[in-house]
Ligand binder design. Structure first.
Ligand SMILES: [Ca+2]
Length: 486
């Protein structure tokens, strides 16, 4: 198993700096030059640092947008229909506890994708991936043909650097699903002016992916990144899918609340205004029905891409990864959006299937951005110094147990740590502080706050110390007071 290089970051973290940008500049100078040079050397020579072999797998990485972890039928959701993703789950390996690290801004997609494409944690990934070696660059340098389709939310230069071909690219966060402005990478390696085709974004993106699979010729293996804008709102699935779910028959989540019990610092953001306050139960049911309709539609569409793998002869030698960029509340805890640190907003689907991947499941704590190192590992490519850890030892049953803890933050108001069955969330909003402690085994819906109970006082203290230490190690530049007055 490939051992990732360890990185010492502490020396370059500016603890007084607010925001990721300053940190990124410091990290760039300290860490970037060596890895960039290696990738550039490999790209110039036209071959990989490690020798390309014909049996290296193709890699298809499909990323959905705002899809919560528990929206796949084969993983236990009894309402939703996801037959194609179910088949991936059944033949592949699913991580049931894949987390993102939160966000430094309301557009959670941006840092989430920056983390995925750089392998860096929240406070080290630059939103535009400026000067940071991307997954596309690493694989391109390692002799892969690299293709991108769909949403790219980290500015054009980082896209252009990493991909040989890019089709139907949407440079933004959200759009009318039937009027997405699409750009293509030209022969001059610039992006074309936007064009609009009046068809659902998921269908256009999957068409482009099918087209690229039809064009691909060896001997290089391919890396195809297919990034959807579904089930992100507007949740406007085609009629046959919109009819699939009757809102009246959708159960409310167990942790449904008409409103969040206290100000978490982000209750008026756009996502939270998609339903009135207090949240009407019927309206939340309708939102869930629309959400599920978008997911069933994307399930059918990615089925077409998976079929195209087979018809083009790539079925046996392609690793397929299906993942999401962040979760979504849709009525849980009185919230609608993803600007919080509850599990519904931090946890994402993460499934891989293909050669060398046994059928299985793991509840190990992992980060979505661990995929960066995992994909490099499958490709036989050396990742640059980063925070990602390859998931192959877990997938291949080598006794690995994943991360000891997961840490997350949201802007300057929220911080959280999960270790074992317990999760601590700390809030600081204009001088008001709240602490939540959840036992996620006994209370997976995060409804029963144990923080104020005397029998948990010692655990709260221990987890506060752990949170402070993990934030320091993760390079959080925000001075976030932990503990103190409730
Ligand atoms: Ca998203």
């Amino acid at each position: 198993m490939k051992k990732l290089p360890s990185v010492r970051w502490c020396g370059v973290v500016c603890v007084a700096a607010v925001g990721a940008g300053l940190f990124a500049a410091a990290a760039r100078s300290a860490e970037q030059s060596a890895s960039s040079a290696a990738v550039e050397r490999a790209a110039r020579s036209g071959r990989a640092e490690t020798s390309p072999t014909s049996d290296r797998p193709n890699i298809l990485l499909i990323l959905s947008d705002d899809q919560r972890f528990d929206t796949i039928a084969a993983l236990g959701n009894r309402e939703i229909r996801t037959p194609r993703i179910d088949r991936l789950v059944e033949r592949g390996f699913a991580f049931t506890h894949a987390y993102i690290m939160g966000s430094t801004q309301p557009a959670v997609c941006v840092p989430s994708r920056a983390m995925l494409h750089s392998g860096r944690g929240l406070w080290r990934a630059d939103d535009d991936l400026a000067g940071q070696t991307t997954l596309g660059e690493v694989l391109r340098g390692a002799g892969y043909a690299t293709y991108a389709v769909g949403k790219w939310h980290n500015k054009a230069p980082s896209l252009i650097r990493g991909f040989d071909k890019a089709r139907a690219i949407f440079l933004g966060g959200m759009s009318d699903q039937y009027r997405v402005p699409l750009r293509d990478l030209t022969d001059q390696r610039t992006l074309s002016p936007p064009r609009i085709v009046e068809r659902h974004s998921t269908e256009l993106f999957c068409d482009a992916a099918v087209g690229l699979l039809g064009e691909h010729r060896g001997p290089k293996p391919f890396f195809l990144y297919l990034s959807l804008t579904s089930p992100h709102d507007p949740r406007t699935a085609p009629a046959e899918f919109a009819r699939m779910y009757d809102p009246a028959a959708i159960p409310l989540p167990k942790n449904f609340l008409p409103q969040h019990p206290f100000d978490n610092g982000e209750l008026r953001v756009r996502d939270e205004l998609l339903a009135p306050l207090p949240r009407p139960a019927d309206e939340v049911r309708r939102h869930i029905a629309d959400y599920y309709a978008m997911i069933s539609h994307l399930d059918r569409e990615i089925g077409r891409v998976l079929d195209a793998l087979e018809t083009n002869g790539f079925g046996k030698n392609t690793i397929v990864v299906f993942a999401g960029d962040n979760g979504l509340a849709v009525g849980q805890h009185g919230l609608m959006g993803k600007q919080n640190l509850y599990d519904h907003s931090l946890r994402v689907p993460l499934v891989a299937a293909g050669p060398g991947i046994p059928a299985g499941r793991s509840d190990a704590l992992v980060y979505l951005h661990d995929l960066f190192a995992t994909v490099c590992d499958w490709a036989g490519a050396q990742p640059p110094p980063c925070d990602a850890e390859s998931l192959r030892p877990i997938i291949e049953g080598a006794g690995a147990k994943g991360r000891k803890q997961i840490v997350a933050g949201y802007r300057q108001q929220q911080r959280a740590v999960r270790q074992g069955r317990f999760k601590l969330i700390e809030y600081r909003v204009e001088g008001a502080r709240h602490t939540q402690l959840f036992d996620l085994e006994a209370d997976p819906w995060e409804m029963d706050n144990l923080a104020a109970r005397p029998e948990h006082a010692q655990r709260v203290a221990q987890m506060r110390a752990l949170l402070a230490e993990e934030l320091r190690k993760a390079g959080d530049p925000v001075e976030f007071p932990i503990g103190g007055t409730e």
